[in-house]
Design a protein around this ligand. Structure first.
Ligand code: F6R
Length: 365
């Protein structure tokens, strides 16, 4: 089943161009139509005035990324919450709020209970984004859409995460179209972005040897810091989670602007700092944050794209994704953080497919 791959995780990382193309096809076929989300979606999408996304772990980070697209493309207010927190607090019911759950397995107990709680409090519209057909969450939701990732065996989520992102982007464009915020020209541009994406992912996979070299520098470190800003902050969170799960190295992620409000105290020559820094409107801000790290002797590992002007210097290592990918850039940068953690795990000899203490489907509280 593994073919030429050494682990399911590696195989699943390499399946991403196809999984993403298959998932993008949902939207490219027929042009971002609301019916992709269920028969009642056209009516519901016109009624709602806000979105609440509930999820756990990696799926929660997908939600945090999706919020940027939903607010900027569909112009709809979106809040994201960890399911296990939401279910235990007083919430304000709103029948014009669409409650979205995101779950690879569709069986995560906390996410399921959060959905039940939202409905019991008076939310009437729900949408499940899920990878497993007919699992508990899509069965309990008014609308459902499936990622086309195929079965994911590795405990650490890879292709499920990136295909969740594709669905969230497709949802933002669809909602934007239905609600009159996306023009025909925009629609064509977004469709083109989706068509280009599998090719960009393939290019990112070709960075594996360079990330393997970085991995040697991480393997003996006690901890690592991941930084990002804006829509790339959730990808920093995902990078830190993958490193923790796969290598047991302590890792944290911060929005880069928060550095000087505390975590800068951790930075010294022993602390590798991964910065996700594509050439977007926040690049100059990120560079200023990087100088704060460099001035304290921190070693910087910069993931960026072709258009930025970083150079490899003492204490600054640069890897470039091969093109500027624009609005879908978080998906492409995810590939690099997956491969980095995978290679650090190989150096450390940890069980890549079955990290200690973790289960694939968390059906207990
Ligand atoms: C991390 C990972 C977990 C899951 C989380 C939610 O790599 O896989 O954090 O994302 O347990 O699982 P699902 O998406 O099945 O609800």
């Amino acid at each position: 089943e593994l073919g030429l791959h050494s682990h399911f995780m590696q195989k699943e990382i390499y399946e991403q161009p196809k999984a993403i193309a298959d998932t993008a096809e949902i939207f490219l076929d027929g042009g971002f139509i609301a019916e992709n989300f269920g028969d009642d979606a056209p009516a519901i999408f016109k009624t709602i005035n806000s979105i609440k996304i509930l999820a756990c772990g990696t799926s929660y980070y997908a939600a945090l990324t999706g919020k940027y697209w939903l607010e900027s493309i569909a112009k709809i207010r979106c809040d994201v919450e960890i399911a296990s927190e939401y279910r235990y607090r007083d919430v304000i019911a709103d029948d014009k709020e669409l409650v979205i759950t995101i779950s690879q397995s569709g069986e995560t107990l906390d996410t399921m209970e959060a959905l039940k709680y939202a409905v019991a409090q008076g939310h009437t519209h729900s949408l499940s984004i899920c990878n497993v057909m007919e699992s508990a969450l899509p069965r309990s939701s008014s609308l459902a859409i499936y990622t086309r990732a195929g079965a994911e065996i590795g405990v650490a989520s890879t292709k499920a995460f990136t295909t969740q992102l594709v669905i969230l982007f497709g949802l933002a464009v669809t909602l934007g179209r239905v609600r009159g915020h996306v023009s025909e020209a925009d629609l064509e541009r977004y469709a083109d972005d989706l068509r280009q994406l599998p090719g960009s992912i393939q290019h990112a996979l070709n960075l594996e040897p360079q990330l393997g070299v970085w991995a040697q520098k991480f393997a003996a470190k006690p901890s690592a810091l991941f930084l990002g800003r804006g829509i790339h902050y959730p990808i920093a969170l995902e990078g830190a989670l993958k490193l923790k799960e796969l290598t047991y190295i302590h890792a944290e992620a911060y929005p880069a602007g928060e550095l000087k409000h505390g975590p800068l105290a951790l930075v010294d020559e022993n602390m590798p700092v991964v910065v996700i820094a594509p050439n977007d409107s926040l690049l100059d801000k990120v560079k200023a944050n990087m100088q704060e790290v460099g001035a304290r002797g921190g070693e910087l590992f910069v993931l960026t794209d072709l258009d930025s002007d970083f150079t490899d210097t003492e204490g600054v290592h640069v890897i470039r994704t091969p093109r500027h990918i624009g609005v879908l850039s978080p998906i492409v940068h995810t590939i690099a953080v997956q491969l980095l953690s995978y290679h650090v795990a190989l150096v450390r000899g940890t069980d890549v497919d079955k990290p200690r203490n973790l289960a694939k489907s968390v059906t207990v509280e």
